[in-house]
Design a binder for this molecule. Structure first.
Ligand SMILES: C[S@@+](CC[C@H](N)C(=O)[O-])C[C@H]1O[C@@H](n2cnc3c(N)ncnc32)[C@H](O)[C@@H]1O
Length: 336
């Protein structure tokens, strides 16, 4: 029988069940433990501390969701969870999900309030410090946040290192560089380039460790500053990953103007994040990310490629285009 079915409505409506099972598995470090080898139910229950009532349901749910495999009574990681959710591998992407579990999962319970009031629903709205203040006060939390950003951005960073016409340029500055994964991947793939990571001073030591680990200390350096108070360091290409969406329209335009001033004639501005499709009907992740900016920030929002191209042209860039990177991520490139 053809016709509408309620299946997708129910699947999305109860989607938080699956989401929380995965987030709890990451919190319990299940995939890190199983990376050492498959385990029986009893063995895994002892190692990560599961109560017998629901241990089997929990593990079998992860099998049914394709995050674990079960063979001959033993549970093991899938190739994807082994590569991306074992904390001991450099390919670990769970940092961002740890943060989602510890913070966003609870804050999103107040989405309806956010939609009615237009006000964030994170630590800041609950009387605590705002996220960045809390992070910058605690070097360990800051280090894990910046590492989490690298995990989230790695795929797009590798695509940018390959796709952008780097041979036409000699230097690049990454604004709001965090641990520095973008400038690292770009410099590793393009040995002729000099790079700068620009971020708040607290980020410096974490950036410098990462650059040294990647053998780039001679070619990539840190410059401390705030993009509110300081000029963006000069380079042929200014890059900004997941920066503009944190801020309101005036700040977005101010940052694009500062980027314009930082590059020479012939230089370029490369902005990337989950750029929304111009029809605002396909990139659901980008649209959800924009709602996440409502939860997290006073004025931030995500935007379409056409919006960004408009702001770039207003700032003086002569030409601009959008190029898809990976998954929901695209870059907008403006040419001066
Ligand atoms: C959401 S993270 C993006 C990190 C990275 N670009 C990426 O895409 O993975 C935002 C970054 O902006 C930096 N940031 C925040 N305020 C800043 C400011 N006023 N000046 C310079 N950097 C700032 C933060 O320290 C953080 O590294």
């Amino acid at each position: 029988m053809d016709g509408p079915t309620p299946e997708r409505i129910l699947q999305v409506g109860l989607g938080f069940w699956s989401s929380k099972v995965l987030l709890s598995a990451i919190e319990l470090e299940l995939f890190t433990v199983l990376a050492q080898g498959p385990e029986t139910l009893a063995g895994i229950s002892t190692r990560i501390g599961l109560h017998p009532r629901s241990a089997r349901d929990f593990m079998d749910t992860l099998v049914a969701l394709d995050f674990l495999e079960r063979r001959d009574g033993r549970y093991g990681n899938t190739p994807a969870t082994d590569l991306f959710l074992d904390k001991n591998k450099p390919s670990y992407v769970g940092g961002i999900l740890e943060m989602a579990n510890a913070r966003l999962y609870g804050f999103w319970a107040d989405l309806t309030t956010a939609l009615r009031t237009g006000k964030p629903q994170n630590e800041a709205s609950k009387g605590g410090d705002d996220l960045f203040k809390a992070l910058y006060a605690d070097p360990d939390r800051l280090r894990s946040f910046l590492k989490a950003m690298s995990g989230l951005s790695r795929g797009a960073n590798l695509a940018i290192a390959r796709q952008f016409p780097w041979k036409n340029y000699k230097s690049a500055v990454d604004v709001g560089t965090a641990q520095g994964d973008l400038v690292t991947q770009v410099a590793l793939a393009n040995p002729h380039l000099q790079g700068i990571g620009f971020d708040l001073p607290q980020v410096g030591p974490i950036f410098e460790d990462y650059i040294a680990d990647n053998g780039l200390a001679g070619r990539v350096r840190f410059e401390a500053g705030s993009f509110f108070d300081d000029a963006i360091p000069k380079a042929d290409v200014v890059m900004m990953g997941h920066i503009l969406h944190d801020w309101d329209l005036d700040v977005k335009k101010m940052l694009i103007r500062k980027a314009y001033d930082a590059v020479p004639e012939g230089g370029a501005l490369l902005i990337y994040e989950s750029i929304i499709d111009d029809d605002r009907s396909k990139n659901a992740f980008g649209l959800l990310m924009s709602l996440n900016m409502l939860i997290e920030t006073p004025g931030g929002f995500d935007y379409t490629g056409a919006d960004c191209i408009g702001w770039m042209k207003d700032a003086g860039f002569r030409d601009a285009r959008v190029e898809h990177l990976v998954g929901p991520e695209s870059m907008v490139i403006g040419f001066k």
